[in-house]
Design a protein around this ligand. Structure first.
Ligand code: BES
Ligand code: ZN
Length: 457
């Protein structure tokens, strides 16, 4: 249907992969302060891509990692699409579980394997290459105006992004946002994601005696902070998977019957789901299916536990300190700040005497659902079908992209979440991958999306 685009994409497919590999070689781990220079190098690499396409580009400094902003003006009468993505990646640890090194991208079984392959360098890059296809492969005109906002702090909670958006409302003015940082429903089942969960992340530190003690001499007469931590954490969720913090569910909207039916109609294979991640049983909140639990119900998960002796063999120590990192995934309407207040009050109430506590709140973001009745969604359905050869299904997902709610609140914009990844891409774990065929399908879907959106207005 767009022969010039199609032939440009096939003629340049191998180079697109090579360029993605260049970006994947830059270890832009935003959480690691020793990688600050590498994070900047990734930002500069992305900026250079845009410059190469003749876009107006700015590398915007923040108190953290820089933001890349680029703009391709086509025609003021056409809609403007704001593409968001992130060039930062998660830490690669544990390194010994990678088959090939995380920052040496390797093609294996039709995938590109590297940290950031799918989350989000590979997915983000599909929109850069689709812009290139229009600018270089046709008579040089994009069918829409494009703005790109590519940040370097998504994996650490986008701390400086809201401020940037607040300060640059005019610059970021657009009609719709497009983000590819989610997944398909399954292999060969493209999806449009209309809901994401939010997050509220904490660290709880308990302090007991002023120093580590002999557990024989002192045990029994002293509150052990590790015991206290286990007790306190166990009060947060009951055996039916219900969170016990008073007020936690106050703003949770029940799932509608229609939505439950729609989830149930998706071809979700629970046995396959268990097999893929080595489970013997699924678990979660009583009364809900696995998809409901993962996509549309709030959860509590401990993300890290630290206390006492972790070395080889046994050590009879009564540790002076214990700490935990944990988070709630939130659903729309739950307010992270309200949750923090409720949590802190709950923890103070259940804290055993003999230990003191300190609660730190890290990133928080509300959950989102985006409306499906819009011409942009209709355009996306057609474009995804053009790229992937199959109509997308509508899904929600359990992960979080904090900026989606910010775009809505500060710019009044809805987001199209068009994910080209797969649930088994190993995001945030060893051997992250991105299916190369999906990379190219994503580029094609994106190129067709500009066409479909341009056509509608
Ligand atoms: N790409 C993910 C978001 C995602 C994950 C969407 C799974 C859909 C399904 C993103 O890069 C991410 O990992 N976000 C963090 C946000 C947090 C650090 C504030 C997350 O969800 O943990
Ligand atoms: Zn991501």
């Amino acid at each position: 249907m767009l022969p010039e685009i199609d032939s440009y994409l096939s003629a340049n497919a191998a180079r697109f992969e090579d360029e993605l590999c260049e970006l994947l070689r830059i270890p832009s781990v935003s959480a690691d302060s020793t990688r600050k220079g590498e994070v900047r190098r990734a930002a500069e690499w992305v900026a250079a891509q845009f410059r190469g396409l003749g876009l107006e580009v700015e590398l915007c400094e923040t108190a953290g990692h820089p933001i890349v902003f680029a703009e391709a003006k086509a025609d003021p009468s056409k809609p403007t699409v704001l593409v968001y993505g992130h060039y930062d990646v998660q830490p690669p640890d544990p390194l010994d579980l990678w088959t090939t090194p995380p920052f040496e991208p390797t093609r294996r079984d039709g995938n590109i394997v590297a940290r950031g392959a799918t989350d989000d360098k590979g997915q983000m890059f599909t929109h850069v290459k689709s812009a290139e296809a229009w600018l270089k492969g046709t008579k040089g005109k994009l069918p829409v105006n494009l703005k790109f906002l590519i940040e370097g702090e998504e994996e650490v909670g986008s701390a400086h992004l809201d401020q940037f958006i607040e300060a640059n409302k005019t610059k970021l003015k657009a009609d719709v946002v497009v983000i590819s940082d989610t997944s398909q429903f399954g292999p060969g089942r493209p999806a449009i994601t209309y809901g994401l969960r939010g997050i509220a992340y904490y660290e709880l530190k308990l302090q007991g005696p002023s120093r580590d003690l002999h557990s024989g001499t002192f045990g029994g007469g002293v509150m052990n902070p590790a015991n206290a931590l286990a007790r306190v954490l166990a009060t947060i969720i009951d055996e039916r998977g219900r969170i016990q913090v008073p007020g936690f569910y106050d703003d949770v909207q029940p799932l509608t019957d229609l939505e439950r039916q729609q989830f149930a109609a998706l071809p979700f294979d629970e046995a396959q789901f268990m097999k893929a991640i080595g489970l013997t049983a699924v678990a979660g909140e009583e009364g809900f299916t696995t998809l409901e639990r993962r996509w549309a119900r709030p959860t509590f998960d401990i993300n890290g536990l630290t206390s006492g002796y972790q070395g080889e063999g046994a050590k009879t120590v009564l540790p002076a300190k214990a700490s935990a990192k944990f988070s709630f995934r939130l659903v729309p309407k739950q307010d992270p700040e309200k949750i923090r207040v409720a949590l802190e009050a709950h923890l103070r109430r259940v804290l055993p005497s003999g230990v003191t506590m300190e609660l730190t709140a890290f990133h928080g973001a509300p959950g989102v659902v985006v409306p499906l009745e819009s011409p942009f969604v209709a355009a996306a359905v057609t474009a995804v079908e053009s790229g992937f050869g199959r109509k997308p299904v509508f899904i929600r997902e359990g992960g979080s992209i904090p900026v989606v709610s910010t775009f809505h609140e500060l710019l009044g914009l809805d987001t199209l979440l068009l994910g080209w990844g797969l649930d088994d891409d190993n995001t945030h774990s060893p051997n992250e991958k991105f299916c190369l065929a999906d990379f190219h399908r994503g580029i094609k879907a994106s190129a067709y999306l500009w066409h479909e959106i341009g056509k509608k207005f």
